[in-house]
Design a protein around this ligand. Sequence first.
Ligand SMILES: *[C@@H]1O[C@H](CO)[C@@H](O)[C@H](O)[C@H]1NC(C)=O
Ligand SMILES: *[C@@H]1O[C@H](CO)[C@@H](O)[C@H](O)[C@H]1NC(C)=O
Ligand SMILES: *[C@@H]1O[C@H](CO)[C@@H](O)[C@H](O)[C@H]1NC(C)=O
Length: 387
Amino acid sequence: MVVAPRALALLLCASGVVSAPPRQQAPRARPAANARSPQRNAHRLHKAKAQNQAARARQQARTQNKKPVGPAQQEINKARIRADDIAAATVAARNLSGFCADPPRRVFKQNAKTIQPGPRSVEVDCFARFHEADLTVQPGDAAAGARMQKQCCNDKKRHGAFSPAYIVFPRSHLEAAMFYANGSVRDVDVNFMGRLHTKQETANRARKWIFDFVRSSFTNRSIFIDTTVQDPRTYKRLGPYDISIGADGKPAGFKPMGVMAEQTKTPCVMAKCSTDYFLRLARSRFTLSPAGDKPWSQRFFEAIMAGSIPLLDNKEHSGRNYKEKMLGYKYLLVSEYVARRRRFPGAAPYCQAWAEHNLDIFLRHQTYIMRRQTIHPNLERCIAEAF
Ligand SMILES: *[C@@H]1O[C@H](CO)[C@@H](O)[C@H](O)[C@H]1NC(C)=O
Ligand SMILES: *[C@@H]1O[C@H](CO)[C@@H](O)[C@H](O)[C@H]1NC(C)=O
Ligand SMILES: *[C@@H]1O[C@H](CO)[C@@H](O)[C@H](O)[C@H]1NC(C)=O
């Protein structure tokens, strides 16, 4: 049999002998091949891509006959890994003495608008107040569980009118996260767990870049779970790291927010503690915490509770407002993560000092816990949130 080289490559690829090259973020309009410098070509590619995106956005706005998008929407539209961000991070990475050398100082606009938290954070805050109001309540106390549910789950008025200085998390989540983090060998280099196919176009657009990043940077030590798989039978796994479908053939994850929650459940169900979720965060060195329907993510803080370092595509997604963004958490932008992994080939090491630094800030500002001695990492409260 005579096989043309390209067909051979495809054959080898399909049979798993050589791995497929990472998919490029190919723009529709390809610049003509010419003798320009690589930088100018990259610039032209980037410009063509931006023009395409702008044209598509205009077309979409026309067909949907919509008003111009608001500031939050614009920010989400801007969020994508861009070739020039990677180039800048690569230059900065040349000076790093080690993978865990501190991230660059982040600067934010002081007059940035506070983004209203989504429903899930309102309930989570209510759980936090409830836990602290009566520390003598035993986890699993059914009457107390019912009271918490009554107090926290039926007050839709609070949605949209709730704007604390910092988003606060309950003891149940923190204790579970710390329980798993204690002694974790951090065998997962990076994880993504969340919704990628939702009814909210804003959220889907904000997370589009994730597919390319996952294909190019996830390894067989990573975890990927799309919590919105609709039909497990037709689902195509992205790679060895993709455990969106469990061994039982069912979608693996529906918490904290996923297909089940979206279709049938209240924000209270999405807000309750999930042991699987915190276990996976605590196994991971890095956690993708992308913007979704809002230009910030609760996952950023959940990762911090579990000692995992957040990965963002845009520094503006590190909190809802100026105060939260200025808390001083250490995290990497996706472009910096890519550049550091190139500069220090091999698995991404665990930046433990960052995790400790982050948890300290978190305990001071994002819980209602008055005394750290009262924190006893265990799963009891987490499991007891079973309504
Ligand atoms: C790298 O370090 C050199 C010497 O300290 C400094 O002059 C240069 O500005 C640094 N470059 C970057 C991109 O940080
Ligand atoms: C961490 O785990 C060890 C061993 O199980 C235990 O002795 C220690 O108390 C735990 N630390 C915390 C803070 O829970
Ligand atoms: C994971 O990937 C590494 C590096 O590509 C390879 O050496 C190793 O055999 C792989 N492990 C498994 C279980 O596939």
